[in-house]
Write a protein that binds this ligand. Structure first.
Ligand code: GDD
Ligand code: MG
Length: 367
């Protein structure tokens, strides 16, 4: 057993997995990686970075691949956030385990230190310092944050024994044995990361965790019921942004007060418009008289014309939603135009720059 408690001022290193292509969020991720999509007014990762820092993380290695250079453009050396950020790029993606192993080359800590590893698309209210404390006190090889969801088949299903030991790791199994899933935040002993084979494609979920369990290593679950969301789908992404604006999950990176909507620089909302449900009204956006926008993200420079309705949707930069158009659960790419009277719903996606002419699409749930 290692030392039983951590010094109050303990500082840690972390690895952030941000190399995925974000395919489920296309067309938003055609030109921008998922972790950089504007979320509650700032790049998504700003929320995760602020949280990690508040729990004692000071140095973060970004494991990048897809559109790698955009991360350094966004966060530089991290000094403006009180962090030391370094970048490790995979020329071809190495999978989650291979990425962790590759990023570990840039860690400075010794083999016995705990290292935090974060999926780059998670909003979570759990106490990271307590997760690390439990990991250290129990002398675990790895400690996984676990949460419960309604549909565990879309995640890593993680059964545990009564003392918290993880007994199996079943990634995206059609027959989940529990609703408890891998929440995408791990504490690893540095030495365990170093034992992952270098320079190879490795899945931490399908190979590393099952291998550690098989070898009898202590893999612990840290279960908790606080706010948790993977923002990997459009519906979840817009939900996460709205929850941050509404204050359902606190974030020090929110660039304004918590409330029904967040107004960014130069945005205008007509007094005769209804805007709420945690909507982000991007810089220079115009929401005109009689328009209604609920629980949505309006990208910079977008226009919502008189009488248009936008619900639970993402409207890209510079896009235009014309008079009387109705959008529910829709993604509109940058610069697209939804002509007057169109009705779109149920996960429709409009590609960047596309124009839908007047009344060309009508979705009705009654048909
Ligand atoms: N650097 C790098 N290289 N990063 C990668 C790679 C890679 O080859 N592949 C994926 N990632 C990153 C993604 O950018 C993301 O931040 C994270 O790893 C997880 O990938 P997702 O594509 O979002 O996986 P998922 O949501 O289907 O499943 C994962 O997360 C669930 C929780 O949200 C798994 O870890 C599940 O077990 C887990 O339940
Ligand atoms: Mg994910």
């Amino acid at each position: 057993m290692r030392k039983s408690c951590l010094p109050e001022s303990a500082h840690y290193e972390a690895i952030l997995l941000v190399g995925g292509q974000g395919t489920r969020l296309r067309p938003l991720t055609l030109f921008t990686p998922k972790p950089l999509l504007p979320t509650a007014g700032v790049p998504f990762l700003a929320h995760q970075l602020a949280k990690a820092r508040s729990f004692g993380v000071r140095r973060i290695v970004f494991a990048t691949s897809y559109r790698a250079s955009m991360f350094a453009d966004a966060f530089g050396d991290g000094s403006s956030l009180g962090l030391d950020i370094v970048y490790m790029t995979e020329e071809t993606p190495l999978g989650t385990g291979g990425a962790i192993r590759n990023a570990a080359e840039a860690l400075t800590c010794g083999p016995d230190a705990p290292v935090l590893v974060l999926n780059g698309d998670i909003l979570s209210g759990h106490d990271i310092a307590d997760q690390i404390r439990v990991h250290v006190e129990r002398g675990a090889s790895a400690t996984l944050h676990l949460t419960e969801v309604d549909d565990p088949s879309r995640f890593g299903c993680v059964p545990t024994s009564p003392d918290g030991r993880v007994t199996a790791f079943l990634e995206k199994t059609p027959n989940p044995v529990t609703n408890r899933i891998n929440a995408g935040c791990y504490v690893f002993q540095r030495s365990v990361i170093d034992s992952i084979p270098a320079g190879q494609v490795v899945s931490v979920e399908r190979e590393t965790f099952p291998g550690l369990i098989e070898a009898g290593e202590l893999v612990l679950g840290y279960s908790d019921a606080s706010y948790w969301l993977d923002v990997g789908t459009p519906a979840a992404f817009v939900r996460g942004s709205a929850d941050l604006v509404l204050g359902k999950l606190e974030s020090h990176a929110l660039p304004g007060p918590v409330g029904e909507f967040l107004l960014l620089d130069g945005a205008t909302v007509s007094p005769e418009a209804k805007v709420g449900g945690g909507t982000v009204v991007g810089a220079g956006v115009s929401v005109e008289a009689g328009a209604s926008v609920q629980g949505s993200v309006l990208g910079d420079g977008a226009v919502v014309e008189p009488g248009a309705t936008v619900v639970d949707s993402i409207v890209g930069t510079g896009a235009r939603i014309a008079t009387g158009a109705v959008l529910r659960d829709v993604v509109v790419g940058d610069g697209a135009v939804i002509g007057p009277g169109n009705e779109l719903a149920a996960g429709a996606r409009v590609w960047p720059g596309v124009t839908l002419r007047e009344c060309s699409v009508r979705f009705s749930s009654d048909v």
